[in-house]
Write a protein that binds this ligand. Structure first.
Ligand SMILES: O=P(O)(O)OC[C@H]1O[C@H](OP(=O)(O)OP(=O)(O)O)[C@H](O)[C@@H]1O
Ligand code: HPA
Length: 180
């Protein structure tokens, strides 16, 4: 897989350092609470696994599966709910964990879906934020690891046609891979 990568943007060490920083920030925020951490499948799996190990708080973990990138590099614009939460969010402090906020459509969808379920609070932690991909008055994540350039990225959860999620770093693919 390494041969398919043109440039590494965030190394494994840099990502781990960032998980540590975000984890201690979130530990302070949720110290006296018991948050419901919601991992947004599938891309957020590696980040969630590393982040929660850095959060020294009692918490519950649940998963929601939504998808809008159907194999390509552009959002289809339509977010589909593939699996809902198993846990009630009423009265809970919900923390969404995602790998990237790009156009922001996934985030808008998730916030809309949970709005009427009575959560006490809803926050978003994302490893990567691509603000140039959406209007400046668009949605915002509360806790961000890296602000990333407006390019299609792979690795550490991010896929291209289902591949590269298991790379331990984040990078940019060689141009010929898209054409293959
Ligand atoms: O801000 P947006 O433009 O909505 O993009 C962000 C979303 O896109 C990716 O998920 P995807 O829909 O590809 O599903 P996956 O995680 O299962 O790959 C990523 O994991 C985010 O959840
Ligand atoms: O840059 C990206 N790469 C892979 N998947 C994504 N989903 C949203 N943005 C991206």
């Amino acid at each position: 897989m390494d041969n398919d990568i043109q440039r590494v943007l965030y190394s494994e060490a840099k990502i781990q350092e960032t998980c540590k920083r975000l984890g201690s920030q979130l530990t302070n925020v949720y110290r006296s609470k018991r948050p419901l951490v919601v991992c947004v499948l599938k891309g957020a799996v590696p980040f969630t696994a590393d982040l929660i190990k850095r959060m020294d708080v009692y918490m519950d973990l649940d998963f929601i599966d939504v998808s809008s990138y159907h194999g390509g590099t552009k959002s289809s614009g339509t977010v589909k709910l593939l699996k809902d939460l198993d846990t009630s969010v009423a009265g809970r402090d919900v923390l969404f964990v995602d790998d990237i906020v790009d156009t922001g459509k996934t985030l808008v969808y998730l916030q809309r879906l949970l709005r009427n379920r009575g959560a006490a609070s809803m926050k978003v932690c994302t490893l990567m934020d691509k603000p140039e991909a959406r209007p400046s008055d668009g949605v915002k994540a509360d806790y961000v690891g890296f602000q990333v350039p407006n390019e299609f990225l792979v690795g550490y959860g991010l896929d291209y046609q289902g591949k590269y999620r298991n790379l331990p770093y984040v990078g940019i693919l060689k141009p010929d891979i898209y054409q293959a």
